[in-house]
Design a protein around this ligand. Structure first.
Ligand SMILES: [Cu+2]
Length: 188
């Protein structure tokens, strides 16, 4: 269970880094979890692994916050300053070397591909931008769910080699798949 403990620590570290004032003031891990549970809805986590050809490593954390979904991605191993498309793909399968096993974009409502402010797939997410060290630490509010028929749980987060143009159908023309992770419900 060493892996599970490490994952939990990463999740907590992610939230504490980003304005989790309550946790910082708490006396210990127990307080942290109690306060998280009080203020958050359902949570899910995907551990991102690089493709056989190379790619970033990291974690994507999802939590329901009111009527939107917060997505927090922390990853490293990108080219400095590079921009990368990211989507939730249909199949929760990152087994193939090039991650084509994850299928196309998760699109249960048969929508066109696009940006968050227009028509888009349930699995469409904003582009990631790496910093000068090739790291990403970004949070997004998106229109997506962790429960019901459009739940992202059980599907796969895929990061691409190139930027999503939010226009090319149905993929955004963002190139090869360089990281993948299956989204699993996270228990506190
Ligand atoms: Cu994709």
């Amino acid at each position: 269970m060493r892996f599970a403990a490490t994952l939990s620590a990463l999740v907590c570290a992610g939230f504490c880094l980003q304005g989790c004032v309550v946790a910082v003031k708490g006396d210990g891990a127990g307080d942290h979890h109690a306060m998280d549970m009080a203020r958050m809805g359902p949570m899910a986590v995907a551990t991102l692994s690089p493709s056989a050809a190379g790619g970033p490593t990291g974690i994507a954390v999802f939590h329901v916050d009111g009527d939107h979904l917060m997505v927090h991605v922390q990853a490293s191993g990108f080219a400095p300053g590079s921009v990368h498309g990211m989507h939730v793909h249909d199949k929760g399968n990152c087994a193939s070397a090039d991650f084509t096993s994850a299928g196309g974009h998760f699109n249960p409502e048969g929508k066109a591909h696009g940006a968050q402010d227009g028509e888009h797939h349930a699995g469409d997410l904003p582009n990631l931008t790496a910093d000068a060290d090739g790291k990403v630490d970004q949070k997004f509010n998106v229109h997506a769910a962790l429960t019901g028929p459009a739940s992202l749980v059980g599907h796969a987060v895929v990061i691409h080699a190139a930027q999503d143009d939010y226009q090319t159908q149905p993929t955004g023309n963002s190139g090869a798949r360089i990281a993948c992770g299956v989204i699993a419900q996270h228990m506190h």
